[in-house]
Write a protein that binds this ligand. Structure first.
Ligand SMILES: [Zn+2]
Length: 435
């Protein structure tokens, strides 16, 4: 069994970004494996549009008037500069402290890491001309690293986009050493339509078929990465779950879904929910698996549900002897879309120790993948899915508490989120006790 899971993972461990031939090929492989188990999977195609960089230019203008250009890429779905580009003062925004923020008006700023909505609001309020964010580590070389293709996130779009670039951290250091007063930037984005596919498998429930538990994982990867850890591992564990259900039919209906295009903005799960809006009522819980199989690191479970669910999950871990830590938290993966449609979720993942993580890089490959870890994770997923699908009453109430609702709206932005359009319904209180 372990060998089979490992072999399947090895078979799809190649870069398979959203909408590419490789994503399609991995989907076809998984489809056939599922057919081989004896289920009838269905491909559900969907499309979306995005603006990708066609031309991205960044040059430092030195004191003596030299122009030194750097290799950069534009952030997907950010904003074009005027066609001829623009020249602006440059500022290294080390932090979002009050002093720094007074010094960036009209400038192109260099920042690190992913922007939170709050940080982005501060940049907008300060009136910057654009920003450059960094990718990688200072130990990178051009030969051993790739420049990440970042995406301008939905929740930032509510504030309006800005021209945005990504630069290698090693190049950012060189840029800073030039101590440029000014930079020239130019960005042209072109719209493209991407077509991708979900694979949907219905395992009919024996006793309560009208209630649905979704078990899902994305099977696409980011560019460059072979996506063994993130998230080929989750995809093949869903296939293993189907093997389990072939032998042990569940009481409730289980929908196993392999999502396409998670890495480009949770597109597959959003497309599924949009296409099956009527099903949202019947889906009682979503179990997600995103990242796994590495010999290094710990199991992490993210719970987006009413407060007592975390206690229930912890008790279940003790009962089954599974080693994992839990967090009550919205998880940035396909489960978040289910939360937005009012469906609670439990998302299983694996966190790497310091120095042992390689998410979204070319080092996410089979090197650290371990057969036994894969099997252990798949075994737990089967136990958990079994437990909820076969409970007399599902132990997790179908309710999104107020704090989680706020996080969902913050995450997707007011415009995109579905839950923001519906009034908040307070959690049903238990009936008080009377003699
Ligand atoms: Zn992932």
């Amino acid at each position: 069994m372990a060998k089979k899971i490992y072999e399947r993972l090895a078979a799809i461990s190649y870069s398979r970004p959203s909408g590419t031939e490789e994503e399609k090929r991995a989907g076809e492989y998984l489809f056939k494996e599922i057919e081989g188990i004896g289920f009838k999977p269905v491909f559900e195609e969907f499309s979306y549009t995005r603006k990708v960089p066609a031309d991205a230019y960044l040059a430092a203008v030195t004191e003596d008037g030299r122009e030194v250009s750097f290799y950069v890429t534009g952030v997907i779905d950010s904003l074009d500069t005027p066609e001829e580009g623009l020249e602006a003062e440059f500022y290294y925004l080390r932090s979002f402290d009050d002093v720094s923020l007074t010094r960036i008006k009209g400038k192109v700023v260099l920042i690190h890491d992913r922007l939170s909505k709050d940080e982005y609001r501060k940049l907008r309020a300060a009136g910057i001309a654009g920003y450059v964010t960094t990718s990688g580590t200072v130990r990178d070389t051009y030969e051993n690293s790739d420049l990440e293709t970042a995406r301008f996130r939905d929740n930032l779009s509510d504030e309006g986009a800005l021209p945005a670039f990504t630069i290698r951290l090693i190049d950012a250091v060189e840029l800073l050493r030039l101590k440029p007063k000014k930079v020239k930037i130019r960005l042209k984005l072109v719209e493209e339509t991407v077509t991708s596919r979900n694979i949907v498998v219905t395992v009919p429930g024996k006793k309560i078929p009208e209630e649905i538990i979704v078990a899902g994982a994305h099977y696409d990867s980011v560019p460059f990465s072979l996506g063994s850890w993130d998230n080929g591992a989750g995809a093949v564990q869903i296939v293993a779950l189907l093997e389990h259900f072939k032998r042990n039919a569940p009481d409730r209906t289980v929908k196993a879904i392999l999502f396409g295009s998670e890495e480009t903005g949770l597109r597959g799960s959003r497309a599924y929910l949009e296409a099956h809006e009527d099903e949202a009522e019947s889906i009682k819980l979503m179990l997600n698996i995103d990242v796994g199989g590495s010999i290094l690191g710990k199991e992490i479970i993210f719970i987006a549900a009413v407060g007592e669910t975390e206690g229930w999950v912890r008790a279940f871990l003790k009962e089954t002897g599974y080693e994992a830590v839990t967090f009550a938290k919205l998880m940035s993966s396909d489960c978040a879309n289910f939360n937005d449609y009012g469906i609670p979720s439990i998302s299983i993942g694996e966190g790497a120790p310091r120095g042992g993580g390689y998410m979204h890089t070319r080092y996410d490959n089979m090197d650290l993948i371990d057969e036994d870890v894969l099997e252990r994770e798949a075994g737990f997923l089967a136990k958990l899915t079994d437990r909820v699908a076969n409970s007399v009453v599902i132990p997790i109430p179908k309710h999104i508490p107020e704090n989680l609702r706020k996080d969902i709206i913050e995450y997707f932005g007011e415009k995109k989120s579905v839950i923001s359009k519906k009034p908040y319904v307070p959690e049903p209180k238990p009936v008080p006790f009377h003699f």
